[in-house]
Design a protein around this ligand. Structure first.
Ligand SMILES: Nc1ncnc2c1ncn2[C@@H]1O[C@H](COP(=O)(O)OP(=O)(O)OP(=O)(O)O)[C@@H](O)[C@H]1O
Ligand code: NI
Length: 404
């Protein structure tokens, strides 16, 4: 991509400082959103998708904090740190202020749609009234103009009889209709970017399909960019142009959508795809991912996925892989954080296969690992980390992070 991306996220880190320790919810993620793109953020529950989304709008609350990295939107700094005279990291001067975020960015430039419309809609006011007020405040229109615009938006997102439905309360709308209202609200200020955090998860498949079609259609017409958060690879396939796969606070694979599905480079993505219902397979063939995702408070050493990985070898317990470019597709990089790829060059081929999951329990898995022959020539050096440094020195107190 030649032009500057709309949004650029570099090495973003968000942590929660809890009584039991530091939760590294987002741990150094980098990605971009270009004009008019739908970019997926996919991963299991707890991967850090929502925390990442909220960080982009600086909506992280105590005990959470963005502790590192940079967020740039249209060349402006949403978040950025620099080293002060005392050597401490501090917020950069060019970082947008809280009031600029509130008045200029949130809603107007970057809007959010949440999973549960009932949390975003007030049950005691009419749907139309809430939409009208939102438009009135954010677009400096008169009450009458805002009402006309609200009805137009309701029609635009496929609410039948919008003049009548305008007067109704949220509980009189179905789940799918409420979600349409939230999409109308997000679109109302014609933002350049909409962050949608699992907005269709609570809906049945047919309604979900309708909403995804609607978004596709609106995206065409308004050229809005989206960050689409989901745990569902089916949704990713249907709607995304490019995808970021998250595991335990990290983006472990990043590629254009077809490339991700057909040229998968990370075993976790493979496992996610295998666990997804597909028309060419019966439900009986579904292969759920072994085990559960470990706690973000004390992630495994080395590659965080090694405890569940079919391809894990001894080296994976020691080397923490960066997310490196392993291929190109349609002018976009295909990045993956798995040392089995040659660019890592840490001795994966020579390393002894690990016994994980069912193999460790004595039942040999059908995915059986490759030849054992040359195993054992361990590689000592660790992959140098390009860690941008954290704002506070709290990192070291968290424990369980010996690999950095
Ligand atoms: N307020 C908080 N205090 C402490 N830990 C938190 C807080 N909010 C989130 N976390 C932790 O941050 C990690 C990432 O959570 P997040 O909600 O981003 O996951 P997610 O990928 O959105 O999952 P889901 O699919 O369930 O929505 C989890 O380990 C979670 O427990
Ligand atoms: Ni979430």
């Amino acid at each position: 991509m030649s032009s500057e991306p709309l949004l650029r996220v570099e090495n973003l880190k968000t942590q929660f400082f809890t009584e039991t320790g530091t939760v590294r919810a987002v741990d150094g993620i980098s990605f971009e959103v270009n004009e008019g793109e739908i970019v997926g953020l996919v991963g299991e529950s707890g991967a850090g998708k929502s925390v990442a989304s909220m960080s982009l709008l600086r909506l992280i609350e105590e005990p959470g904090e963005i502790v590192g990295g940079e967020i740039t939107y249209k060349g402006e700094t949403i978040f950025g740190l620099e080293e002060g005279p005392d050597g401490e990291l501090r917020e950069r001067d060019d970082m947008l202020s809280q009031s600029e975020m509130r008045e200029r960015i949130r809603g107007r430039e970057i809007a959010v749609i949440f999973q549960d419309p009932m949390e975003s809609l007030n049950p005691v006011f009419t749907v139309g009234g809430q939409l009208r007020e939102f438009i009135e405040i954010n677009r400096d229109l008169s009450k009458e103009e805002a009402k006309t615009e609200a009805i137009r938006m309701l029609r635009e997102v496929g609410i039948p009889d919008p003049e009548d439905r305008y007067e109704e309360y949220p509980h009189q709308f179905s789940g799918g209709m409420r979600q349409r209202v939230l999409i109308a609200m997000a679109l109302a200020c014609e933002p350049n970017l909409i962050i949608a955090d699992e907005p269709t998860t609570a809906l049945d498949v047919t309604v979900e399909g309708q909403i995804l079609d609607l978004v596709d259609d609106l995206q065409d017409r308004y050229d809005t960019s989206f960050i689409w958060v989901t745990h569902d690879m089916g949704v990713v396939a249907e709607i995304c142009d490019r995808v970021n796969v998250m595991y335990l606070g990290e983006i472990i694979e990043q590629a254009p959508v077809d490339e991700l599905f057909y040229e998968t480079k990370h075993p976790y993505t493979d496992a996610l795809l295998d666990s997804m219902p597909r028309p060419d397979r019966t439900v009986g063939e579904l292969d759920p991912i072994e085990g559960v995702m470990p706690e973000a408070i004390n992630p495994p050493s080395g590659c965080r996925f090694h405890t569940r990985c079919r391809d894990a070898r001894e080296v994976c317990t020691r080397v923490h892989p960066e997310t490196l470019e392993v291929d190109q597709a349609d002018g976009h990089p295909h990045r993956a954080a798995c040392v089995k790829h040659d660019v890592f060059d840490v001795g994966y081929e020579e390393s002894a296969p690990l016994e994980t999951g069912e193999e460790a329990e004595g039942r040999v898995g059908e995915t059986g690992t490759e030849e054992n022959a040359d195993a054992g020539s361990a590689v000592e050096e660790e992959q140098a980390s390009t860690d941008g440094g954290s704002r506070r020195d709290r990192d070291s107190s968290a424990g369980g992070d010996q690999q950095r």
